[in-house]
Structures are given as C-alpha cells and as structure tokens.
Ligand binder design. Structure first.
Ligand SMILES: *[C@@H]1O[C@H](CO)[C@@H](O)[C@H](O)[C@H]1NC(C)=O
Ligand SMILES: *[C@@H]1O[C@H](CO)[C@@H](O)[C@H](O)[C@H]1NC(C)=O
Ligand SMILES: *[C@@H]1O[C@H](CO)[C@@H](O)[C@H](O)[C@H]1NC(C)=O
Ligand SMILES: *[C@@H]1O[C@H](CO)[C@@H](O)[C@H](O)[C@H]1NC(C)=O
Ligand SMILES: *[C@@H]1O[C@H](CO)[C@@H](O)[C@H](O)[C@H]1NC(C)=O
Ligand SMILES: *[C@@H]1O[C@H](CO)[C@@H](O)[C@H](O)[C@H]1NC(C)=O
Ligand SMILES: *[C@@H]1O[C@H](CO)[C@@H](O)[C@H](O)[C@H]1NC(C)=O
Ligand SMILES: *[C@@H]1O[C@H](CO)[C@@H](O)[C@H](O)[C@H]1NC(C)=O
Ligand SMILES: *[C@@H]1O[C@H](CO)[C@@H](O)[C@H](O)[C@H]1NC(C)=O
Length: 721
C-alpha cells in the first residue's frame, strides 16, 4: 500500500515538471537565442537580425548586466516579460516616477520624464495612473496619434492617521484608469497649499503609471524621500503591423499567423495578433509553432477504465468491450451495457416495426398527395371544361346525338407544336376570353386552338381545339365580293336552318339552357361544304358597361344586340333570337349589320329592314342574287320570320325551336328535305351564360392586329411546323 501511494505521487510530480517545462520554454525562431537572462524571447521578438519580425521587435540583450537585461530595441525600456497569448509586454524604466517636493519655503524639486514608444501602446486595461500625496493634484498629458488629452486625480489629507495602509482609496493615494491607445505621456503637478500643513509626514507628491496590482500603497511611502528611485512594471500592448486581420490576410506572404492559428483584431489599436486554434498550443507566429495538445497526457480526461485517443486538435475516450458511455470523467464515464440476450431481439423487433410503419407512412402520404393533386387537377379541368362549353360537348358525346363522336384529347405539347409555340403569325382571331391560333396536327389536320387568356399557370391553360373551318365565316360568304362563293338562296336557307337548329339545340337540349350571347354572321363558320358551324370565337371581346359612349351606341352601331337586353340587362333566350333575326336579315339583304344604306346615314340594318317591311318594298332591299320570282314566297316567309324575331318585345319573338322548325318547314316544302341528323351536323361550341355582364361582338377595328385573317389566303400557304 505504502509503496503504491509513493509511486503515484512520484508520477504526478514528473507530469507537473513536464508541463512547466513546456510552458516556460520560449519559442524563438529556429537558430535564435531563446532567452536573455531569465527572460524568454519568443518569436516575433528576437535578439539578432533575422530573429525578429520587424525592428520594433528587436530585443537588445545587454550582457554587461548580470543577469543580462533585455531592452526594447534602441530604447531604455527594460523588458521583463514577453507574453504571446495576449500580446502584452511587461516593461520598466528608470525615472518612471514623477515627483514634486516641498519644504517650509515652498517647492524644492520637481521631476517628470516623458515616456512613450513609437509602436507599442500603454495597455489601458492592465495599468493604472497612480498618485501619492496629501496635498496633491496630479495630471498626465497623454498622446495618441495626433490627439492630446489629459487626466489625473487629486488626493488631500490632513492627518496621517486618516490614511489607510495598503489601500489606494483616495486618501494619501489615488488611482485612475488610463485611456485606450495611449502611446506617450508625461506628468504635471499642482499643490493647493505647498504641502505646508502636511510637511511633517508628506513632503513630496509622487505620480506614476503602473501595472494594475503591481503597487500596493503603504503609508510609509508618503514620507519616503527616495520613492522616485523605485521602479514599477508597466504593461505595453504589442501587435503585428498596423493592418486589420482582413487586410493582413490579403497579403499571404507577410501574413504572420501560421498553421493551426487564427488572427485576432485586438481592441488596443491597429495591428493584429495570432492565436493557436483550440486544441493546439505553441507559437502561432512560427511555421510549425502551433502543435496539437495531447489532451490525453495533459488533461487525463478519460475515466480510468476508458481509453484516451488523442486526435488533431481534440481527443476522445472509449470504453472497454461490454461497457458504454462517453468514457470521460466529466461525462457519463463507462458503465456496463445492459444484458445482451434481450437486446438484439428487442431492438430488431422494434427496428422492423418502425421501418414497416415508416414505409406505410411514406406510401400513405405519397398516395394522399397524389390523390389530392389529381382531385385538384380534375376540378380545375372540370371548371375550364365547363367554361369553354364543355358541358354541351359532353352531353353531345354521351347522348351520341351529334357528330362529336371523335372526341380527342391533345397534350399541351402537341398543341404547342401544332401552333408553332403559339406563334403570333398563327393568330386567327382573339376574343374576350382568349386567342385563337391556327395549327396543324401531326396527322396533317388543320385545327383552330383556343387558348384562354385568364389562366396564368401553364399547366392549367385551357385549350379548345376546333376543327379548322376552311371557308371562313358566314360574314365572308355574304359580304365578300368573291364570285366563286356560292350564295344561292338554297344555300342561304340551308345555312339559316343549320344555325337555327344549332342555337335551338343550345337553348333546349342542355340541362341548363345555354345562351350563345354572341350570334352574328362572323361567328358562324363554314366548312368545306359550306355547312354552318356556330362558334364563339372570333372577334368578341369584353366591354364593361360603364363605358358610356358604348352604351349609347350599342343599338345603332352594333346591330346584333337585343335592345331589350340592353335596356333591362336581362339576357334571355329571346335575345339570341333577336341576334339570329339580324343574321337572317343579313342573309336576305346581303348587307352588313352596320352599313351605309343608299344616301342615308350609317345606321342599323335592322331599322332599315323593318322600315322597308313597313313600307312594303321589301323586295327592293333583298340581295339581287336571290331576288328571283321563283323564290319570292320563301323570301317573304323568311322575312316575316325575321321580323318576328326582331320584335322589340322579346315576349312576341318566337323561340329558337319554333324558328328552326319554321325554316325547316320552308325547306321541306321546297323539296330539299333535310334530315334531323344532318341538322345536327351544325357543330356548336358555345360558352355558358356567365354572370358577368359583358357585351360581346363589337367590331374588330380597334384591334387591327387581332382580327381574323382571311382564311382563303392563309389556306394557300402551307403551315411551317
Ligand atoms: C549595456 O549596458 C551598459 C551599461 O548601461 C552600456 O554601457 C552599454 O552600452 C550597453 N550595451 C548595449 C549593447 O546596449
Ligand atoms: C512572465 O509572465 C508569466 C505569466 O504572465 C509568468 O508565469 C512568468 O513567470 C513571467 N516571467 C517573468 C520573467 O517575469
Ligand atoms: C498637448 O497639450 C499640452 C498641454 O497643453 C501641450 O503642451 C502639448 O503641446 C500638446 N500636444 C499636442 C500634440 O497638441
Ligand atoms: C492627528 O490625529 C491624531 C489622532 O486622531 C491626533 O491626536 C492629532 O492631534 C491629529 N493631528 C492634527 C494635526 O490634527
Ligand atoms: C507656494 O509657494 C510659492 C513659491 O514660494 C508661492 O509663490 C505660493 O504663493 C505658495 N502658495 C501657497 C498657497 O502658499
Ligand atoms: C503597511 O502595510 C505594509 C504591508 O502591507 C507593512 O509592511 C507596513 O509596515 C505597514 N505600515 C504601517 C505604517 O502600518
Ligand atoms: C470538466 O468539467 C469542468 C466544468 O465543466 C471543466 O472546467 C473541466 O475542464 C472539465 N475537465 C475535463 C477533463 O474535461
Ligand atoms: C477516437 O479517435 C480515434 C483516433 O482518431 C478514432 O479511431 C476513434 O474512432 C475515435 N472514437 C470515437 C468514439 O470517436
Ligand atoms: C469511471 O466510470 C465508472 C462508471 O461510470 C464510475 O463508477 C467511476 O467512478 C468512474 N471513475 C472516475 C475516476 O471517474
């Protein structure tokens, strides 16, 4: 037992010796003197040329003293200690204490030496300005760069018994802080009564700047006439250069901080310091200065049953087999692991359970997400579908009444290619709800693609693909001067029948009646066999009702609008009937809904037609191409029908169904019997009556770039894909 204890003590002692040895060893530049007497000289300081970083760090080691003394370069400032860690330099110098002495006749002697260093400043945190005396006002004049300041303290006492030995508390001794960055100073004194009343115990005032804590006031110092011959240490702050760390790093060649060290901007002033990183120690100014601390040796941080592993800049502890914990004395240490038998089964079971649960969770969340996305997508699609007249489309396909049995879906990519990325050149027309582009599908079919304006998100751009109608609109057919267009009465009547049937279908067949709201000859498309197809695309655009000039002009100018609708704001199925009436009149007269009639002013076709009917010269205004005697009865019958459609009171207008039947009856009588399924050939693409009160079908003249291009022309040129 006794031997064991002794052995341990010896080991501890040996370790302590090692630690002291390493910390005391100064680290000069290789090949340079490490000490001057008792004073270690670490780099960046050095005693020889090439051993210091710059001339300010030159240590003049004067060996004529015993032991040798170190002086700061060419000054009389004696260096007592060099600290690398915080950039301090403990120094002292002769005549550092100022004095101001009196006798009964008055002032006798005064002394103050100027102190300063061109590079190193007086540490403001580690020094104190100190004055001793009982009739003393002491100042120091300080310089920092070009500024000039002064500070000081005052001490007065009447009786030596008031003075507290050992405490510089303002009676007989006063202390004050010094400002930051002080580089030089000298002292000045004043006395209020020439020490006359305290001469017995305090003939002199003394003043000095001293390392905080290095001087302890003693009452005897008040009467000590040789106090000024003493020397007290003072702390200087040193830094490398005058750059900040950031600036210094930009000049790697002269950057003083080497491996495993960091740069520090000291608060004392310009220049920088280096410091070894955590876990390293040594001289950061030398290239292999900062070396890893073997914490296993120095700290012995691990529990005795654990094993210590030193790592670069750190360490770790491990526990022996069968033990767990961090192995540290400070930490959890090493404790035996719980029983091994239960461990694997439990952990494996738990692990498997958790994994399966997690798997289900992941799949579940994924599935839920997809479902929700899908539902959202379907909802959006449904909305856009309905908005674009899809309801009708659906009804038609489900009942298989119409000829839309070849319903197709196109991917947006396909349509993009077909329309050459929605090229401007492909614009056929534009309306309040979107642009219509001409496109060519990969199988060569020509289509018109309607692209909604109001949806900004790309994936949700609603697209409607129409079969491209090569023969343009009814408006073209009637009003173009093209001789080749078949404009016979039969064709006109057939077109009227087809359009009427289509609108009638819209009004009656859908579960919710659909009002077209925009019937006009330019919205009636003609296919290659001049069969009519009612569409809503073309020149329509939304006009807000508060545009007053439009409100006043709507009737006379925009020919197709139901005046009753205009007055009441109530769009009814009869409003479509009115518009269709205008189309019939166009078919009859070959005139535009708004036109110049003879010598008269520009005015509505409707009023022109109605007045002609009233005045009984209808046949004068009928298009010359159809005014043959053989068709006179039919023309009159159709005119009568148009007149009824154009009744100012909607209640007296026939329904669209009646109109369709009437026209069909006329055609049957004519002998050109058409069958129901043929009537249904009129493809209808319309939009649902929407709540917003929008006028449509105004002319395109305000949008010269946005009108239907002449179909006959664009057909000639092949589409570039
Ligand atoms: C060393 O100190 C002595 C005495 O103060 C002085 O005479 C001598 O010049 C000093 N030597 C150097 C190298 O400064
Ligand atoms: C220098 O200062 C350090 C700590 O600041 C101290 O341990 C060491 O003894 C001092 N050396 C001298 C010569 O004063
Ligand atoms: C600082 O003030 C003292 C006292 O007024 C004066 O003697 C000294 O010349 C001044 N120094 C500078 C640099 O202004
Ligand atoms: C100083 O104080 C002592 C003790 O309090 C007293 O005896 C003495 O008279 C005082 N001297 C003067 C000059 O006041
Ligand atoms: C202090 O001594 C000086 C020089 O003798 C004299 O001029 C001055 O008046 C004295 N002051 C007081 C307060 O006695
Ligand atoms: C003052 O204190 C110091 C030590 O702190 C002591 O050596 C000295 O004798 C004391 N002086 C008096 C007058 O008590
Ligand atoms: C142990 O913990 C204390 C306080 O947290 C700390 O000061 C000490 O350095 C630690 N010792 C070791 C070896 O980690
Ligand atoms: C401890 O450090 C050693 C040496 O770097 C390494 O091999 C070991 O894995 C470390 N152990 C732990 C627990 O980090
Ligand atoms: C080492 O760890 C064990 C288990 O945690 C503990 O019982 C023991 O006291 C520790 N020893 C030391 C020196 O910390």
């Amino acid at each position: 037992m006794g031997f064991g204890g002794m052995f341990k003590k010896l080991t501890v002692f040996a370790v302590m010796v090692t630690i002291m040895a390493t910390s005391v060893a100064a680290q000069p530049k290789p090949g340079c003197q490490s000490h001057c007497g008792n004073i270690g000289i670490p780099y960046p300081f050095g005693t020889r040329n090439g051993c210091y970083i710059s001339s300010d760090f030159f240590i003049n080691c004067n060996t004529s003293f015993n032991p040798p003394k170190a002086f700061l370069s060419d000054t009389e400032i004696e260096v007592l200690n060099i600290s690398l860690d915080d950039g301090h330099l403990r120094v002292q110098y002769d005549k550092s204490i100022g004095y101001d002495c009196y006798d009964s006749s008055g002032p006798t002697s005064q002394g103050s030496s100027f102190f300063g260093h061109r590079k190193f400043s007086i540490s403001y945190s580690r020094n104190k300005f100190t004055a001793i005396g009982c009739d003393t006002i002491a100042y120091f004049w300080g310089f920092y760069m070009l500024s000039n300041y002064s500070s000081g303290c005052l001490t007065v006492c009447n009786n030596v018994s008031d003075v507290i030995n050992g405490s510089c508390s303002g009676i007989g001794c006063c202390q004050t802080a010094i400002p930051r960055g002080l580089q030089a100073y000298f002292f000045d004194f004043s006395s209020s009564r020439n020490h006359s009343s305290v001469l017995t115990f305090n003939p002199c005032s003394y003043v000095f700047i001293v390392e905080d804590g290095a001087y302890t006031f003693s009452t005897s110092d008040l009467s000590n006439l040789d106090f000024n011959k003493r020397e007290y240490p003072l702390i200087l702050d040193w830094t490398i250069g005058d750059q900040t760390c950031e600036e210094a790093k930009m000049d790697p060649k002269n950057y003083a901080c080497k491996q495993n060290s960091a740069c520090i901007d000291p608060e004392s002033g310009p220049g920088y310091l280096c410091k070894c990183n955590h876990g390293f120690q040594g001289n950061p100014y030398l290239s292999i200065g900062c070396q890893d601390i073997n914490e296993c040796e120095t700290l012995k941080p691990c529990n005795e049953s654990g094993t210590c592993h030193n790592t670069l800049g750190s360490y770790n502890c491990s526990c022996p087999e069968g033990f767990e914990g961090d192995g540290r004395k400070n930490g959890t240490g090493c404790s035996p692991q719980p029983h091994r038998e239960n461990f694997p089964i439990l952990v494996v079971a738990l692990g498997i359970g958790l994994s399966i649960g997690l798997l289900f969770l992941i799949f579940g969340v994924g599935w839920l997400y997809r479902t929700l996305q899908k539902r959202k997508y379907i909802k959006i699609k449904q909305k856009l579908f309905e908005r674009n007249g899809g309801l009708l489309f659906q009804k038609k396909t489900s009942s298989n009444e119409g000829r839309l049995d070849k319903a197709e879906l196109f991917s947006s990519k396909e349509l993009e290619i077909a329309t050459d990325q929605y090229n401007e050149n492909r614009i056929l027309g534009c309306g309040g709800q979107g642009m219509v582009y001409k496109g060519m599908l990969s199988d060569g079919r020509i289509v018109a693609v309607k692209k909604s304006k109001d949806c900004k998100r790309r994936t949700e751009v609603p697209l409607l693909v129409y079969e491209f109608i090569p023969n343009g609109t009814l408006s073209h057919l009637i009003h173009d001067q093209n001789e080749e267009y078949p404009r016979s009465w039969d064709i006109r009547l057939r077109i009227a029948a087809e359009v009427a049937s289509a609108i009638s279908y819209l009004h009656s067949s859908a579960s919710i009646p659909i009002y077209h709201r925009d019937i006009k000859s330019s919205n009636i498309l003609l296919d290659e066999k001049f069969r009519a197809k009612v569409s809503d695309f073309g020149t329509s655009r939304s006009i807000s009702i508060d545009q007053t000039h439009l409100t006043t002009q709507v009737l006379g100018t925009f020919g197709y609008l139901d005046p009753e609708y205009f007055q009441s704001s109530q769009f009814t199925e009869k409003s479509d009937v009115y518009s269709f009436g205008v189309v019939i009149v166009e078919l009859l007269t070959g005139k535009k809904a708004i036109s110049t009639f003879g010598s008269q002013e520009k005015r509505g076709l409707v009023s022109y037609f109605m007045s002609s009917m009233e005045e009984n010269h209808l046949l004068d205004i009928v298009d010359v191409e159809i005014g043959k005697d053989s068709q006179k009865d039919e023309v009159i019958a159709v005119s009568q029908l148009a007149k009824r459609c154009l009744n100012l009171d909607g209640r007296y207008r026939p329904t669209m169904k009646e109109v369709a039947m009437e026209i069909e009856r006329l055609r049957t009588r004519q002998g050109d019997c058409i069958h129901t399924h043929q009537l249904k050939q009129a493809e209808v693409i319309a939009r649902k009556s929407i709540e917003s009160w929008d006028f449509t079908s105004f002319s395109t003249e305000h949008y010269p770039n946005c009108s239907i291009t002449s179909t006959s022309e664009s057909d000639v040129h092949p589409l570039m894909l």
